[in-house]
Design a protein around this ligand. Structure first.
Ligand SMILES: [Zn+2]
Ligand SMILES: [Zn+2]
Length: 249
């Protein structure tokens, strides 16, 4: 007979070293006592930084005033998209999950994060004919081994929606947006994206899926090339929205 302690030890060994999927909360790493479609414990599920209050009608940035638009959308900052929304505010918990997913080999996390994005798609009643994971460059793909935004589209594909990973490419290597200031972020991506499958987007409502919305520069550049190729509407869904420094509390 194997004692209970031994079973616990074996279980711990397995969960710690082999396959963490479906066993531990993707945010706090506690063991889950029941299955969850997000693989998140009840405590985290309650305390995640959901965006629930008033937001900019265009870009989805939380706003506290009576205004309908944030300062940047109000000032007509270049916006190649029509509508953007995010599930969460960018905080330490979300940041860690995204980093683990993108940079530390925990590719499976993306499948659960995808469930949050798909729920937002349903909640916002976005009816897109084409779902486009934001493309990454050939070098980034080679280095990482996968495009994180394609994995974030898993639940969209599972729901039978038209996910197109080929119609837009990132043809230029650019500096990492996170390393740049606001002004440089706007010019860094100029000409970086190209629509290579015009018939896939022409006269269609398109949805771009990405992980983080910061200044909106990436969404704007991709949105602009989609519009140029004939897309009728471009919506954007991201897992989180990072507030600009001047809006943070
Ligand atoms: Zn948790
Ligand atoms: Zn806005």
């Amino acid at each position: 007979m194997i004692g209970e302690k031994m079973i616990d030890k074996i279980k711990k060994f397995l969960t710690d070293t082999l396959y963490l999927k479906d066993i531990k909360c993707i945010f706090c790493n506690c063991e889950l006592d029941k299955p969850s479609k997000y693989c998140v414990c009840d405590n985290c599920l309650k305390s995640l930084p959901y965006i629930t209050g008033k937001v900019c009608a265009k870009c989805g940035e939380p706003i506290k005033s009576m205004a309908t638009h944030c300062m940047r959308c109000k000032n007509h900052v270049e916006r190649g998209f029509d509508f953007a929304r995010a599930r969460f505010l960018y905080d330490d918990k979300i940041s860690k999950a995204i980093k683990d997913f993108k940079y530390y080999g925990k590719k499976y996390l993306g499948e659960y994060l995808s469930a949050f994005l798909y729920d937002l798609y349903v909640l916002e009643k976005i009816d897109a004919a084409v779902i486009i994971p934001a493309p990454i460059s050939a070098n980034s793909l080679k280095a990482r081994g996968f495009n994180q935004t394609e994995i974030l589209c898993k639940c969209f594909a599972d729901a039978g929606l038209n996910v197109n990973t080929k119609c837009v490419i990132k043809r230029l290597e650019t500096q990492n947006q996170a390393s740049l200031n606001y002004k440089d972020r706007q010019t860094n991506l100029a000409g970086a994206f190209k629509v290579v499958g015009k018939s896939a987007v022409k006269n269609k409502r398109c949805l771009i899926v990405d992980d983080i919305f910061t200044t909106g520069a990436t969404a704007s550049e991709i949105g602009a090339v989609l519009k140029k190729a004939g897309a009728t509407k471009v919506s954007v869904l991201t897992l989180c929205h990072e507030l600009p420094d001047n809006v943070k509390n």
